[in-house]
Design a protein around this ligand. Structure first.
Ligand SMILES: [Zn+2]
Ligand SMILES: [Zn+2]
Length: 132
C-alpha cells in the first residue's frame, strides 16, 4: 500500500543562511522563503522537554512574547548549529538548551510568513470544525 503525502510542498531547503545573532533564513527549493528570528526558533523548539512530549508540563520558552514581569535575560544567541543527517539541524542555544532537533519539515511548518500563517490558520479551523 502506498500512501501519498502530497498535500503540501516538500520541505527541501536549497539554501540556508545562519546568523548566530539574528536567526535563520531558508530558501526552499519550491521558491518559498522563510525568515526565522532567534526568539521565534527558540520558542518553537520541538524537543520533548519544550513540548511536554513525555507527559510532563511543556517547558516552552517565551522569548518572543512581551514579558509580564521583565527580568534580566541574556540576549538570546545560537552557539552553534549542526546538521543532522540530511533532514534537520540541531541548534545549541546560549541559554544552555541544545536538545532541539529542527527538521526541515518542522521549520517549513512553522514558517512565520503571512502566507504560511494564513494557511496554518485555515487548516486549524478545518481540523477543529471536524470535531464539532
Ligand atoms: Zn527544547
Ligand atoms: Zn512561509
Amino acid at each position: 500500500m502506498q500512501e501519498q503525502i502530497q498535500d503540501r510542498a516538500i520541505a527541501d531547503p536549497e539554501h540556508i543562511a545562519i546568523s548566530k545573532s539574528t536567526g535563520i533564513k531558508i530558501d526552499w527549493r519550491d521558491g518559498h522563503h522563510s525568515d526565522y528570528s532567534l526568539a521565534y526558533l527558540r520558542d518553537e523548539c520541538p524537543c520533548a522537554t519544550c513540548t511536554g512530549a513525555h507527559g510532563t508540563d511543556p517547558q516552552k520558552s517565551n522569548y518572543s512574547k512581551p514579558e509580564l514581569f521583565p527580568m534580566y535575560k541574556p540576549t538570546l544567541r545560537m552557539e552553534s548549529v549542526e546538521p543532522v543527517g540530511q533532514y534537520a539541524v540541531r541548534i545549541f542555544w546560549n541559554d544552555g538548551h541544545s536538545t532541539g532537533i529542527y527538521s526541515f519539515d518542522h521549520l517549513r511548518r512553522i514558517c512565520p510568513c503571512e502566507e504560511c500563517k494564513a494557511l496554518a490558520q485555515s487548516k486549524l479551523q478545518r481540523e477543529s470544525g471536524a470535531f464539532k
